[in-house]
Design a protein around this ligand. Structure first.
Ligand SMILES: *Cc1c(COP(=O)(O)O)cnc(C)c1O
Length: 415
């Protein structure tokens, strides 16, 4: 069966919960062991002292280690990416930072794509570097040869431990080739020093891009975005092989950054409508872009759906790895900050807020909001100007979204 058919049942046994159709919130910190022997066995497996025996059911211990809401959520999340295992976190940032801490140690080198989500960029450049981790970056649009040269000329090639990318890049929707990033990781891998590839897949969500299928070792999500989808919860997730997730989960146990049972339950509720919501968001985005493309007050639209064979490499990457054009649109309006702010202040249906992937449409101004922290020179190179608006398309009727954008555009040029 397809994942969307399994989101209401997978991993949950009603008979263990009084026949309740829906998984209850297991609001408990600790679990009763039937016997001391059972408690001993659960700890042996949870702490990795031995592997699970064939057919052995491991039990619940303590909600920092395991909890039914989190375990069922993790099982359901693996279905979309066809991953062996998943770990959920109390935020996207905690999923990302836990992976970076687990797969890097002092004097290692981390290769990143640029631009990255502001929080990831800050953590990598301002915090990881305090722990002696070397950071080297490449920009979207650079070829495999360019990137290999950047790594080699850094003089740190032998120290490369992790490649970390985000595609499509926020807010410009520039694409990075996942398979090519894996080739770069492999190029610098040795048998006793594997170089892993981690991909932040938040922008495409679990439906529209499957990085593990293109060679990524780990895929990361801010579950606050499409997965949660209702702007009412902060959470994160990491997916990959059982072997790598064992390491991620062990560090999570000791950092204690798992989500609460209530967050797990909210996300289970959200996952039931993930496909339905994302289908509508993608269809709406295509229609909004058709409107923007022909509007005289729009100078440029940044959207994977606008790529054609003429765009060469970017188009080829899209065909290879994107299953949809996504639900995120950026565009340059005529004028500058004044016109952009007038546009944002005139929106009636679309909310003026950061974040993305939710049921309601949201709009923001990257240059002064989400990307204000990005170095001004780099911002210019990335075409994040004062004219740029970013919209996350929701599930409202597309005609209402378009009418709202249309009336706000008219107001942006009026005195
Ligand atoms: C929001 C976001 C994050 C951070 O997630 P939180 O849930 O806010 O901690 C990371 N990466 C991307 C691409 C995001 O959009």
């Amino acid at each position: 069966m397809k994942p969307e058919s399994l989101m209401m049942s997978y991993g949950y046994k009603p008979e263990l919960s009084e026949g309740s159709v829906k998984c209850p919130i297991f609001q408990t910190s600790t679990f009763v062991f039937k016997t001391a022997e059972a408690g001993k066995a659960f700890f042996e497996v949870a702490y990795g002292l031995r592997d699970k025996r064939k057919g052995e059911e491991t039990g619940l211990i303590y909600s920092r280690i395991n909890n039914p809401d989190l375990e069922i959520l993790e099982a359901r999340l693996t279905l979309w990416d066809e991953a062996e295992d998943c770990a959920v976190f109390e935020s996207g940032m905690s999923a990302i930072t836990t992976v970076l801490f687990e797969f890097l140690k002092p004097d290692d080198m981390l290769l990143i794509s640029s631009p990255l989500y502001g929080g990831s960029d800050h953590f990598i450049k301002k915090i990881l570097t305090k722990f002696g981790i070397h950071v080297v970056e490449f920009r979207v649009g650079q070829s495999k040869n360019d990137i290999v040269k950047i790594v080699e000329s850094s003089g740190l090639a032998g120290k490369l431990a992790l490649v970390y990318i985000e595609t499509p890049a926020n807010p410009t929707n520039d694409l990075i080739d996942i398979a090519c990033s894996k080739e770069i990781a492999d190029h610098f891998s040795t048998s006793n020093r594997p170089v892993y590839l981690a991909v932040d897949n938040t922008y495409m969500g679990p439906l529209w891009q499957h990085p593990l299928k293109h060679g990524a070792d780990l895929v990361l999500y801010s579950a606050t975005k499409y997965i949660g989808g209702h702007s009412d919860v902060i959470a994160g997730a990491c997916l990959g092989s059982k072997a790598l997730l064992k390491r991620v989960k062990a560090l999570r146990t000791f950092l204690g950054n798992m989500p609460s049972p209530n967050t797990g339950w909210l996300l289970l509720r959200s996952l039931e409508t993930l496909k339905a919501r994302m289908d509508i968001q993608s269809a709406n985005a295509d229609k909004v872009v058709q409107f923007l493309n022909q509007h005289p007050l729009i100078e440029k639209v940044y959207f994977p759906g606008n790529l054609t064979a003429k765009d060469g490499v970017q188009y080829n990457i899209k065909i290879k790895q994107c299953l949809s054009n996504g639900g995120m649109i950026s565009f340059d309006i005529k004028g500058g900050e004044k016109e952009a702010f007038k546009f944002l202040n005139s929106l009636k249906l679309i909310k003026l807020a950061v974040s993305l992937g939710s049921t309601e449409s949201l709009a923001e101004h990257p240059a002064t909001m989400t990307h204000v922290d990005v170095d001004a020179e780099l911002r210019k190179k990335l075409s994040i100007t004062s004219q740029m608006i970013r919209v996350s398309v929701g599930i409202e009727n597309h005609e209402d979204i378009i009418a709202d954008i249309s009336q706000a555009l008219d107001k942006s040029v009026n005195k």
